[in-house]
Design a protein around this ligand. Sequence first.
Ligand code: DGJ
Length: 728
Amino acid sequence: MILLDKENNVFTLHTQNTTYQMKADQHSVLVHTYYGPRVAGGDLSYLVRYADRACAPNPSEAGLDRTYSLNTIPQEYSTCGVGDFRLPSIELELPCGSRSADLRYAGCQLRRGKYALEGLPAFRGSEEEAETLVLLLEDAAAQVRVELYYGVFEPLDLITRAVRVVNFGEGPIRLRQCASLCLDFLRSDLDLITFNGCHLMERSPDRAPLRSGVQGVDSIRGASSHQHNPFVVLCDHDAKEDYGLCYGALLLYSGNFQISAEGSQYDNTRLVMGINRYQFCWTLEPGQSFTAPEGALVCSPSGLGQMSRQYHRAIREHLIQDPYEGGRRPVLINNWEATYFDFDADKLVDFAKAAAPLGVELLVMDDGWFGKRDDDNSGLGDWTVNERKLPGGLKALVPRIQELGMSFGIWIEPEMVSEDSQLYREHPDWAFRVPSRTPARGRNQLVLDFSRPEVRQHVYGQIKAVLSSADIAYVKWDMNRSLSDVWSAALPPNRQGEVYHRYVLGVYEMLDQLRRDFPHMLIEGCAGGGGRFDAGMLYYTPQIWCSDNTDAIDRLRIQYGTSFCYPVSAMGAHVSAVPNEANGRTTPIEARGTVAMSGTFGYELDPNKTTQEEKEVIKQQVAFFKEHYHLIQRGGYYRLTDPFANGPYTAWEQVSSDRREALISLVATSLQAAPPFQTLRLKGLDPQLTYQVNGGDSYPGDVLMNAGYPLPLFHGDYQSLQLYLSAI
Ligand code: DGJ
């Protein structure tokens, strides 16, 4: 619910459990007055207090009032160069060369339904589901209008934000920074949690008390990155899964980003999130506008678990565009780890022959099917079928797979080019390179300049022809290197600061085109595993390959970290062969299945190399997954243990919305002789109901949550359990 007090210029956003408030004050500065657990409201500006502070300039309108300073007031969208020395949200380069911004409130609009952003991913909400508030700010000297957008999804405690900057003056303006959101807190006793890692070990949570000064995470790799995710949490020092005040801040963007938290003097905090300032400079000619990507806030007064569940629902119900909406996505088998580049049509048909009777429904042909591509040194950019491997093309192969009862999917990496390719030989200038420098290779490939429409059109034309040549049910869109040598031959020197962002807009445009041309095709995102696992991509690709690390034990940590923001239905996860190719570990197939099942679920092994016994297990896993699909993919997700705490096991739980069903999953990660008995306390059940476990014994919900479920003693490495609970 959005409340407008136009007389006092107070704007209050209520969600089910939270309240967010701003006020345009006596000098038309938009002040942030409150964000936290839901309160009755009224004008909360008395929470903002004023004192004569040294070294804090006073705007001229304040006259001789030395207690009024932009440097000490909590700002809704911070400015720069005019008296606030904390993190700016916007920096304008004026025709005179000044870099400053001074914004004053100029009006508001209220609408039913959620705003949309042209060319950018954004949460969607109908008139019944969401409301929009637009607050208009103006910089009179710069002749710039800044529109602050707020989308309010009441039941989800979700407040989205976006920013549009319009040049209404007569000369060009250069935007040096345009953050998606700024959030000031009148406290600094907070922890900052970020999600970091590397290729093969993405999104490990890192939690530390906020310090004085600026801290945060960012990426200048052109993609959101394996190293830092565009999502952070600020929370009470003692916040845990089930208690404490937590604020999640998620950026819907897949390129260079920057999330900075500043612990400032007088124990205040500022969070600023948006496109990275690194190399960013966007020219706005008179009449032009720029839109910053969307940010999404969830405040949970009752712990990290509730924050995650709200994000999961929001992403599932209002962000992802799922061609299987309401139904079930297919269980797949992917040939990558089993064959790498060494496959042909007959081998793929053999995969399908073995996988179909196990209940697997989709065969995905990974890298190596096109151009001259027998290893990763050539072929990218030539998106035509290699007829030596696949005689007769997809037209011949796909029906052979379909005859076996499976659908067919394919791998692509549209943004890249190999120097050893037809495309590169014809258009070397289409790859990023700085004039007179030789570009750096990554995986022996270069990056195509996707900021240029003609480059995108050429690549898309080829890919569309392949996808139209047969009945393709799925596409895996990969991206296997970070961007370097970013310079576009299509833009003049003074506009090179636009290239990184134009690249991301180009990727989004092509993904959108793909989605519209093939509305029934499932698209999985991927970037060398989880190097572009972000909410921007999820808008176009309902699932993203979580990591190239398929070891079940490492995956416990990767999927745990990922779950703080992203739902199970988004996490690409497969059962692969052992010893695992990433770390050489051997785990039982049951444990591998339990872990992969808390993701999109599929296999990445040669089914013809599995034993009869393993085939039986796979059959049961697939049947179990299909039976409990909705519970697993859409149930409320509870982290029961922290795999980084090195306890004896890792456990998690999914609970149906009516709390009549739950699935507990557990993998024992360390083993000892003569172990103590363990009792696992469950969450989210109905205390009044009694639950039958795996069709056997029954236990009251309150006992399961307060005393716990008595776990068996484990014997042997990496034993696992799946407990299906149903209310009787
Ligand atoms: C990286 C992906 O993460 C893998 O799954 C696989 O598709 C390879 N690329 C193919 O080159």
